[in-house]
Ligand binder design. Structure first.
Ligand code: C2E
Ligand code: MG
Ligand code: MG
Length: 766
């Protein structure tokens, strides 16, 4: 027991005071000589006074003690209530472990954490430990023992709730020691942190997803400054987090979308709160790539925008595989050529174009003859190799913009857009067949293979894709049944025509070398004086079997086959030589006119050739007139104007042939550096009776004169026509009336090739 100094002081004071009181009340009255009676009376009085005084003192002490006791009781109760309320408010539970007595006090709120009453929970450490989650038991109890050493205790563990679930409990406590430093009790509080723990768990999971997801995630604040991005973002864009933090996502823009695109995106975001779609962005490396992006607006509880979150995936690989799939779906695996599907699509487009642009085209079906034998005798490997090689050879003959497809087995399809007529299609078929003629060397085998070709023209034959293919197929059947290794058109007449044309084309190749071409000359007269002014050189082909072929029949073939350049150069050379021979003779023409094909326009060599011929023949430039047709000029006016200007610079004369048939633009015509318009014979034929022809002739003459151009009328066959045109003021005339085209006099005598002259009545100099 410990001594209380205040109590000791009070007790010692009381003993001293009462001892003195007793001493003086016994000793003082006798010493003062009081009587015994008085002494007894005083003695009684002092005893009563002592009792009164000490009684009063006792009362005061007891009163004060009781008051203090009540006061501290009240404070204690108050504190307890406050503590209870505080614990209630925090929903924390109180525990108090009396170490010496091995008992634990659990407050009501502690037991309530686990859905129990304190009684159900028990009051031992063992009872508490039995409710711990098996995984946490060892750690929780060990920590409790270890932490006993240093004054404070804190731990998190799971405890079984009455409903069987486990609750996360956060427990904190303090060790209280006795006067000798021995652990006496451990007291603390426990909180249920299951909710907080669940939030933390889901945040941890979200963070893991954020970090681990393959999609790029970008978070910006309301002012669109990047505040967070995940590793996938960095991997896809190539930027590190530090490089983009605080930046505006617009730095990722590819420049591929216009401002309207971004405006629409923002409008959708503002109105719907989210946007998703395909967008092209730029990586740090500068590479542009497609991504599928979803952007979401995040708002606070007052509906203010706080963040934007963008999630995107790089879809370049997807696009690539889509392209690959698309390629596989549209191409033949063996040859790499388009397959039937793509071929049909291309024909559909070509048909649509042919309708809108008035173009023509052809579809050719090419089927190998007797391919089956190769497959059967040499095996499919060799067969496959052959199919590949055939595809390659056919591909080499493909005209510009054409499509070659493998339609299956040994059948190929060829779409020839801009195929103007059957002749061109037939020539292509010939080229394809010729390309297969040389042997194929495959796997030590030398193989020969031929093919049959069926041709269908559009839009002539039909305007429906399926019908075009069916027509080409029946044409193919025709080609096969007429002896194979050939081609056939869907329409028989075309087959005949094309065959003739192809034959003509192949013999035209030799016509120049075989000296079968001739130049005839037709006089051009001054209408007023009736005098001869010039000669027009007109080509003729003296075919060994067919006799004289007019230019209208073979010039288009020469133009398509590329022979025209050689032919026109040859005529130019011949005409200039002839003109040179004429010049100096009496009544000689003052110039020779030579026709130039439009196919020579695009080539730079024409003016060199003209200059060269003039130089070689010694002819003056003004003795040569070049005629270009109106339609040729208007086909490509810019090129024509360019070329004509350069030709004019050489000093030669220029005339526009067949004027009135080519839809001239007057604006263009005004700028052309030409000297003469040749009114087409179709407007002369009806003169003088046809009012329309007369009106056109009058208008062309007036137009020509107003542009300072001479006008020549073609095809004048009668004196009336000549007179009528003279009346209209036409300058020159050409036609049977003045003279038919004839060979030059030297040639008429057969000096060049010994052929008889064309049976035309008039001589060259009428
Ligand atoms: P073009 O240049 O307009 O030639 C006039 C054509 O009208 C010639 O036909 C001529 O024989 C014919 N002709 C002349 N007077 C009369 C007539 O009174 N009545 C009728 N009905 N016809 C007449 P051709 O020789 O058959 O030549 C046809 C076209 O062939 C020429 O028309 C020219 O565009 C072209 N051509 C002729 N030779 C050449 C040449 O060497 N090179 C080129 N590129 N084209 C040529
Ligand atoms: Mg002409
Ligand atoms: Mg003409």
């Amino acid at each position: 027991m410990t001594t209380d100094p205040a109590a000791l002081r009070l007790t010692v004071g009381y003993v001293l005071l009462s001892s003195l009181w007793i001493f003086f009340s016994h000793e003082v009255p006798p010493a003062l000589g009081f009587s015994v009676k008085l002494q007894e009376y005083l003695h009684l009085l002092t005893a009563l006074l002592f009792i009164l005084l000490t009684g009063t003192l006792l009362y005061l002490i007891l009163y004060r003690h009781t008051k203090n006791h009540h006061q501290s009781q009240f404070l204690l109760a108050n504190n307890e209530e406050r503590l209870r309320l505080a614990l209630d408010a925090t929903r924390d539970g109180l525990w108090d472990w009396d170490i010496a007595r091995r008992q634990v006090f659990f407050s009501d709120s502690y037991a309530a954490l686990l859905g129990l009453t304190p009684k159900q929970l028990g009051n031992t450490r063992e009872a508490w430990a039995s409710r711990l989650h098996p995984d946490d038991r060892w750690l929780a109890t060990t920590a409790l023992d270890e932490d006993l050493q240093d004054g404070y205790y804190e731990n998190v563990y799971r405890m079984r709730h009455a409903d069987g679930s486990y609750r996360w409990v956060h427990s904190r406590g303090r060790l209280i020691r006795d006067a000798h430093g021995r652990p006496q009790r451990l007291i603390g509080i426990a909180s249920d942190i299951s909710r907080q723990r669940a939030i933390e768990d889901s945040l941890r999971q979200a963070a893991a997803v954020f970090d681990a997801t393959q999609e790029g995630v970008l978070v910006t604040d309301a002012r669109q400054r990047i505040i967070h991005a995940n590793p996938a973002f960095c991997r896809i864009t190539g930027y590190s987090l530090e490089e983009v933090l605080g930046q505006n996502p617009s730095r990722l823009k590819s420049g591929r979308h216009d401002t309207t695109f971004y405006q629409n995106l923002w409008n959708t975001l503002q109105t719907h709160g989210s946007w998703s779609g395909e967008i092209w962005n730029r990586r740090k490396s500068g590479e542009i790539y497609p991504q599928w992006q979803s952007i979401r607006v995040i708002r606070d509880d007052k509906d203010n925008i706080t963040h934007y979150v963008a999630v995107f995936s790089d879809i370049s690989a997807l696009k690539r595989s889509q392209r690959e799939l698309n390629y596989l779906a549209h191409h033949d695996a063996l040859t790499g050529l388009p397959n039937r599907l793509l071929f049909t699509e291309r024909i559909t487009h070509a048909l649509a174009r042919s309708r809108s642009e008035q173009l023509r085209g052809a579809v050719l079906l090419i089927d190998l003859d007797h391919f089956k034998h190769i497959n059967e005798s040499l095996g499919h490997n060799v067969g496959d190799l052959l199919l590949k090689s055939v595809g390659e050879r056919l591909q080499q003959c493909l005209p510009d913009g054409g499509t070659l497809a493998r339609l299956g087995g040994d059948e190929y399809g060829l779409l020839y857009e801009h195929c103007n007529d059957a002749g061109q299609a037939a020539e292509l078929a010939q080229r394809l067949l010729r390309s297969l003629a040389p042997p194929f060397r495959l796997d030590d085998h030398e193989l020969y293979i031929a093919a049959s070709i069926g041709i269908s023209l559009f839009p002539d034959d039909t305007e429906c894709v399926e019908q075009i293919l069916r027509n080409a197929d029946s044409a193919l059947f025709k080609a096969k049944s007429s002896g194979r290794e050939g081609y056939a058109f869907y329409v028989q007449a075309l087959t005949d025509y094309a065959r003739q044309r192809v034959e003509l084309a192949s013999s035209l190749r030799h016509a120049l070398d075989n000296q079968e071409l001739r130049v005839y000359y037709q006089p051009l007269h001054d209408l007023r004086s009736n005098r001869l002014v010039g000669m027009e050189a007109l080509i003729r082909w003296l075919h060994p079997q067919r006799g004289l072929i007019p230019p209208g029949e073979f010039i288009p073939i020469a133009e398509d086959s590329g022979l025209i350049s050689a032919i026109d150069t040859w005529v130019l050379d011949q005409a200039c030589r002839q003109m040179k021979r004429w010049s100096g003779q009496a009544d000689a023409p003052s110039f020779v006119a030579v026709n130039i094909s439009s196919r020579l326009f695009g080539r730079g060599e024409l003016e060199q050739k003209v200059a060269q011929v003039l130089e070689q023949t010694g002819l003056r430039a003004d003795q040569l007139e070049l005629e270009v047709t109106e339609s040729a000029v208007m086909e490509d006016p810019a090129t024509a104007q360019n070329l004509l200007t350069r030709l004019r610079a050489l000093g030669v004369r220029l005339a526009i042939d067949d004027f009135g048939t080519g839809y001239s633009s007057l604006a263009r015509l005004k700028r052309l550096p030409v000297n003469k318009l040749k009114l087409d014979q179709s407007f002369v034929r009806g003169l003088p009776d046809s009012r329309e022809d007369a009106a056109i002739a009058r208008a062309v003459i007036a137009l020509g004169h107003s542009l300072d151009l001479m006008v020549l009328a073609e095809g004048i066959e009668t004196a009336e026509q000549a007179g009528f045109l003279r009346e209209l003021g036409c300058d020159f005339g050409q036609g049977y009336y003045f003279g038919r085209p004839l060979p030059a006099p030297e040639e008429q005598t057969g000096s060049t090739c010994g052929q008889p002259p064309e049976p035309e009545q008039n001589s060259v100099r009428s």
